[in-house]
Write a protein that binds this ligand. Structure first.
Ligand SMILES: [Zn+2]
Length: 175
């Protein structure tokens, strides 16, 4: 950040009084601009033993397969964000959301919260972010072509849990 989003004056990076880490501070309007991790929400939609994946139509990881996920918007609950992303990227409504995987990716300031769910109706074509939407059995998943490490690990955990018929909540870090 170079300029204050509030007043447009240049900001400086320093530790404000009574704080313990550097922040962008505006000396003109006195606002401290806190920056915090971003929440990414998504789903692992399953229908009769098959998992829905989307082939990415945008960078990064163009052409790779991923689960529906994206940034949580202001004014949304986690569940609403996960449902919206699934509708936008896959064109499906979802049912029975349950929290499943929480992932810290400190290096890029992100927290992923992924939900298990069932597939509802297909109500539209996949959005421009997806080239293709397809259902895979665990054996069919293209493991070499999964977009992100967090998604890869979430899928691995899910496939293991499918085999056991038990879906505990997982918390893990990507370093
Ligand atoms: Zn300012």
């Amino acid at each position: 950040m170079n300029y204050c989003p509030q007043c447009g004056a240049p900001v400086t990076r320093r530790i404000p009084e009574a704080d313990d880490r550097p922040r962008f501070v505006c000396d003109t309007c006195k606002v401290i601009h806190y920056q915090n991790p971003i929440v990414v929400v998504g789903t692992i939609p399953e229908s009769e033993g098959r998992i829905l994946l989307c082939r990415r139509g945008i960078e990064p990881a163009l052409n790779k397969w991923t689960l529906p996920a994206g940034y949580l918007e202001i004014g949304e609950t986690l569940q609403q964000g996960a449902a919206r992303e699934t509708l936008e990227e896959a064109g499906y409504q979802i049912v029975d959301l349950k929290p499943y995987a929480i992932t810290n990716i400190v290096r890029v300031n992100q927290v992923y919260i992924m939900f298990t769910c069932g597939l509802g109706d297909c109500v539209s074509a996949p959005g421009s972010e997806s080239l293709e939407v397809k259902l895979f059995t665990p054996e069919e998943i293209p493991w070499q072509e999964i977009a992100f490490r967090s998604i890869h690990k979430t899928l691995k955990l899910y496939c293991t849990d499918m085999g056991r018929g038990n879906y505990p909540i997982h918390l893990f870090d990507i370093t």
